[in-house]
Design a protein around this ligand. Sequence first.
Ligand SMILES: CC(C)(COP(=O)(O)OP(=O)(O)OC[C@H]1O[C@@H](n2cnc3c(N)ncnc32)[C@H](O)[C@@H]1OP(=O)(O)O)[C@@H](O)C(=O)NCCC(=O)NCCS
Length: 207
Amino acid sequence: MVTVRAIRPDDRDALRAAFHKLSPQSRYRRFLGHLSDLSPAMLRYLTEVDGVDHFAVVALLERPRRPALMALGGALFERWQAPPEIVGVARLIRLRPDTAEVAITVADAFQRKGLGARLLSILVAHARRTGVDELVAHVLAENKPMRELLSTVGVVRSVAQDTVTVTLPKKSSRTAGGRRRAARAWRAGGVRFVLALRWLRIQRWSS
Ligand SMILES: CC(C)(COP(=O)(O)OP(=O)(O)OC[C@H]1O[C@@H](n2cnc3c(N)ncnc32)[C@H](O)[C@@H]1OP(=O)(O)O)[C@@H](O)C(=O)NCCC(=O)NCCS
C-alpha cells in the first residue's frame, strides 16, 4: 500500500535512504547536479517545514502485514517490520505571495505508475488553498517526464534555461482563510491519502 502524508522531522533517515536509492539520472534531474549525499543541514531544511509556505509530503510504501506471522510473532513481529520506505516526495516552497517553487521525486521503480501525477495534484490543491497560481520549477530541458507532467496542470512557459513557470488555470481560492486552514490541517497531522489511483499497477509491482 502507498500512503501520502505530510513530511516530518523524523523522516530524515528515510529521506536520506530514498535519496541513495535514486538512479544517477533521477538524482541529477532533481538536484540539477551530481550530489553524492544530503548534508544534515539539507535534511533539516527538507524535513522541518511549516506546512504552509514550505509544504511537503512523502509517499510511503507500507509492506502488507502477514496475518499468520502476526499471530505467531505478535508484538515482536511488529518491531521487526521494516519501516515504511519513501517512494515519493513532493514539495512547494512559496517564493512570492502568488508564486511557489515545485519539486517532485518518484523512486525509479515507481515511475510511470501515476504517483507523480497524484503528488502534483496534492501540491496544486495546496497552492490553490493558499493563493498560489503560478508554479516555478527548475527542470532540465531534457527532462521530458517532468515537463510533460507539469503541462497536465497548467500552461508551461520556459523563462530561463532549465526554469519553467506553470500558470494554473483560474479558479482562485483566497489567501488568508486558505492559509489559516492549511496551517490548522498541518498542525493536526497534515494530509493523509491512501493512493487508489492506478493502484493496481503499483500493487502488481510490489507483490
Ligand atoms: C518527473 C517524475 C516526478 C514523474 O513522476 P511519475 O510518477 O513517473 O509520473 P506519472 O506516472 O504520474 O505520469 C504522469 C504524467 O507525466 C508525464 N510523464 C511521466 N513520465 C513520462 C515519460 N517518461 N515520458 C513522457 N511523459 C512522462 C505524462 O504526461 C504522464 O501522464 P500519462 O501517464 O497519462 O502519459 C519522475 O519521473 C521523477 O521523479 N523523475 C526524477 C526526478 C525529477 O526529474 N524531478 C523533477 C525535478 S523538479
